[in-house]
Design a protein. Sequence first.
Length: 201
Amino acid sequence: MANKCTDQETLYADIDFCQGKKSLPGIRSYAYGASKRDIVTWPKIDRSTKATLDTINVYEGDFVMAADKKWHKIALVPNEGQLQVESQGTYGSKTFKVTATMNMPGTEEEVSGYIAEANNDEMVYLVPQRNGKFRVVGSEAFSPELSLAQDTGKAATDSNMTTVTAEATDEYPAPFYVGKIETEAGDINAADGTLSPGVGG
């Protein structure tokens, strides 16, 4: 009997790991954020028969932003941030829970204003792994949520920082993004990190 599930071809293939190859932990000391309401069009995941394991979790196309809206950059405390992905749900309806923990330096006016603005908003983040590859924390189909906290510390050796924890349900495990990141400094090519300066950039 012919297989009727032609829209769900299996993509499994060998996965090797070369001895000596580096697999760097952590994320870089910055990320890019945008309000979900400022995103006009999302890139797409290709689930066609020509898809492969190394392309099925990669967005094709660009995020298209509303007029005059850009991705904003947030500086993070080095070696503190983390991206985590875990499966959730029940058979037939499973999704992934994607969590990015981003620690911003300080608890002063500007960073406090940032979390005041984001507290009841739906935020999407582009988080670069240590190797420079961007992962998306946020989904077009589900509402992302933020947990925001500040800690001034107590002793001279304590940390004084603001923690942004972004949690999003996604059909895919924090998809990779290789498209355009529109910023005030210019357009960044997420595939290689190159910058095309904008006006005044």
